[in-house]
Design a protein around this ligand. Structure first.
Ligand code: G6P
Length: 366
């Protein structure tokens, strides 16, 4: 893969477009249809050792931390192992208790983020087990972990992460299926998820073809200085990532909030000038999300729903509908339009998309 922008105006846009190919590389050689599981050759823990894992904790910074939050949902759902993500920077300073039956996972695009590296070293120093989910082969974090899953997403130049966010989540989905099939995930469910993972690159490509629709949605932010991104459960992780992208490149103040918590504070700030983006996957929280939309609308707040066709007749103002694939992977698909939304809002505001002020691609200092 070359380092130039090709036909695109920005590296970020090129890297969004790269996603189907990047995903194919992350998946390559890792789907095992015969056993309805995944093959992860970079993990040195044995099946027996993986079965003894009682908890998983995922560590990362920025988008890598948010990818971990979505990965934690997948692992908990598919493998039924309690799993939580935590900002590596918080973890390393709070004198964490390292448990021998916990598996620690460090997520990092560059493999050089100082706080994530320090978290890995803290786990190792206390005798814990850690694996990496890293893009850059041979990077410091990858070497320090000694085992894990490489993304093979190709170089990512834009400061904000897009394709490596998507590929990190897919790497954790591969791990979730693997751990699930060692436990109670059925053959049928294993096969269903393998088929969905295999279909994912084409599904992402189909969303990218609808860029014009998303560019029109971006006009919704004209005149706004504040926006809310809300969702529940995995939808909340997507809301976090959507808000992070928007604030990083457009300099709009975007706040992600669990939809259920709006009424405990932020609702006081909702006005006709504060758009709310609600992430609505097909899950059993849909009805609750509809009542959140009604709460926001009742205060005059404009609402954009990122959802699936035919899911709801809630009174949102605009929507972008992504054909559903499988419930476990749908939240990840809902993130793709949010990447393009942030990109187009930033473009319309004339921002320096590839090099946002005050930010660095890789933070190698404390
Ligand atoms: C910086 C970048 C973010 C990135 C984070 C973690 O803050 O600006 O885009 O998500 O570092 O980077 P890593 O290389 O560890 O994934």
């Amino acid at each position: 893969e070359s380092y130039d922008k090709g036909a695109f105006d920005h590296y970020m846009r090129k890297e969004i477009a790269d996603q189907p190919e990047a995903l194919r590389r992350t998946l390559s050689g890792r789907l095992e249809p015969r056993f309805q599981t995944t093959h992860l050759g970079g993990i040195t823990l044995t099946a027996r050792e993986l079965l003894d894992v009682r908890r998983i904790r995922i560590l990362g910074c920025g988008a890598a931390y948010i990818a971990g939050a979505l990965g934690a949902h997948l692992i908990e759902q598919l493998a039924r192992i309690p799993c939580q993500a935590e900002a590596a920077s918080e973890f390393r300073y709070r004198n964490p208790v390292i448990e021998m039956d916990t598996l620690y996972i460090a997520v990092s695009q560059s493999g050089e983020t100082f706080d994530t590296l320090a978290a890995v070293q803290e786990v190792k120093r206390k005798g814990g087990r850690v694996m990496g989910i890293v893009n850059v082969v041979g990077s410091t974090i990858a070497r320090e972990c000694g085992q894990g899953i490489y993304l093979h997403a190709g170089p990512e130049i834009a400061v904000v992460s897009t394709k490596t966010f998507t590929c990190s989540v897919v790497a954790m989905a591969l791990l979730a299926v693997h751990l699930g099939r060692l436990r109670d995930l059925s053959n049928a469910n294993g096969a269903r998820l393998l088929r969905a993972l295999d279909a994912l690159p084409d599904r992402v490509a189909a969303i990218l073809e609808r860029e014009d629709e998303i560019a029109r949605l971006a006009e919704f932010f004209q005149g706004a200085e504040h926006a809310f991104y809300v969702g529940r459960s995995a939808g909340y992780a997507i809301a976090m990532e959507g808000a992070l992208k928007l604030k990083e490149i457009s300099y709009l103040h975007a706040e992600a909030y669990p939809a259920s918590e709006l009424k405990h504070g932020p609702l006081a700030l909702v006005t006709p000038e504060t758009p709310t983006v609600i992430v609505l996957p097909r899950d059993d929280l849909l009805a609750k999300n509809v009542s959140t939309i009604e709460e926001v609308k009742a205060r005059g707040g404009p609402v954009i729903a990122i959802t699936h066709p035919g899911e709801t007749h809630a009174p949102f103002d605009r929507s972008f509908e992504v054909p559903a694939l499988e419930p476990e992977l749908d939240p990840l698909l809902l993130n793709i339009p949010l990447q393009l939304l942030a990109y187009h809002v930033a473009r319309q505001r004339g921002c320096d998309i590839d090099k946002p002020r005050n930010l660095a691609k890789s933070v190698t200092v404390e």
